[in-house]
Design a binder for this molecule. Structure first.
Ligand code: FUB
Length: 326
């Protein structure tokens, strides 16, 4: 396969989205969703995102070809799951690789699952059941320097986060009023074997520069889906999609469980409704992996993974990226 070019699809033989990038064994590994090439109608519940399997991509560095390691997990091999393998992430601990992923269970409720492998390239074997007490979508895992692991997750609308405000699934529950604090993403410390939550999942608070919670009506800044946490110069950076306004934004904290202070935008809107990203250091540079729908001519559910470099300012803030130039 071809060598990667910044801001161009990493691969063109399949549609890929929601890239979670990591450096494992000295190489870059990308764990994307695998968008199906279908022409069925779309809705706000996200039924058009009907993915059935995962592929893993890798490259030795940015000068070498991208390798597609093929199908590494299929929904038919996940006993608890019925459909919609949405945005995954991977982590390394205990000499093993863990693939964390959301899917609908047999009651149509999104849960989070784990699958394991001895290799970062898979194949992955799914656990029999979803993580007990898990809900919603878009898991992202941080294994911290002290070896504690945290999973961040959540997504509104099709991702069902607003239905879990009482920590019980309420199918008709709506999100908060526009003048109330927005729902934050959820964090849970993982058990040492990475297969269960060590403690009850907690909602993360995202506040403005005065310490006031970001409100649900503040759609330019409030959390919608796709949380990602990375660490840079002693700060935890929580970045996420604002959904309806299509930004990737970020907030910073000294604590992995927050509160996080909103700082600004990382990525202006891309072509297509969704925007979803990850941030990774490779050698001495930092990169944003993201997706857009340009390869399919703007079909929201046929997306392609891309990358670009990110730049930190002296004060630790991140420069905003305009994906198609200024
Ligand atoms: O790919 C399906 C869903 O679309 C993801 O879970 C969301 O983050 C959005 O990208």
């Amino acid at each position: 396969m071809a060598k990667p070019t910044p801001n161009k699809p990493l691969v063109t033989h399949i549609f890929t989205a929601d890239p979670s990038a990591h450096v494992f064994e000295g190489k870059l590994y990308i764990y994307p969703s695998h968008d199906l090439d279908h022409d069925e109608p779309s809705n706000d519940n996200g039924d058009q995102y009907k993915m059935e399997d995962y592929h893993v991509l890798s490259m030795d560095n940015f000068d070498s070809p991208v390798v597609d390691h093929g199908e590494v997990l299929h929904v038919k091999d996940i006993p608890w799951a019925s459909k919609q393998l949405w945005a995954p992430d991977a982590a390394y601990k205990n000499d093993k690789y863990y693939l964390f992923f959301p899917a609908r269970d047999h009651d149509n409720i999104f849960r989070l699952g784990v699958a394991t492998s001895d290799s970062p390239a898979g194949p992955f074997k799914a656990e029999e059941n979803y993580i007990p007490g898990s809900f919603s979508i878009d898991p992202a895992v941080l294994v911290d320097e002290d070896n504690k692991a945290y999973v961040y997750f959540g997504g509104l609308w099709g991702g069902q986060l607003e239905k879990w405000q009482t920590r019980e699934f309420k199918p008709d529950a709506e999100g908060p009023a526009p003048t109330d604090p927005a729902l934050g993403p959820i964090v849970a410390e993982l058990s040492d074997d990475m297969l269960t939550f060590k403690a009850e999942p907690k909602e993360i608070s995202i506040v403005d520069e005065n310490g006031n919670p970001i409100l649900a009506g503040d759609e330019d800044r409030r959390f919608f889906e796709g949380p990602w946490v990375h660490k840079h110069n002693g700060y935890y950076y929580l970045s996420y999609s604002t959904g309806t306004t299509h930004y990737i934004v970020y907030a910073m904290s000294k604590n992995p469980e927050g509160p996080f202070e909103y700082k600004g935008r990382i990525l202006e809107p891309v072509e297509g409704w969704t925007t979803h990203h990850s941030i990774v250091q490779f050698e001495d540079k930092w990169y944003l992996f993201y997706h857009d729908a340009s390869l399919s001519g703007g079909v929201n559910h046929k997306r392609s993974v891309k990358y670009t470099e990110i730049t930190y300012n002296e004060d630790g803030t991140i420069q905003t990226i305009h994906p198609y130039g200024d």
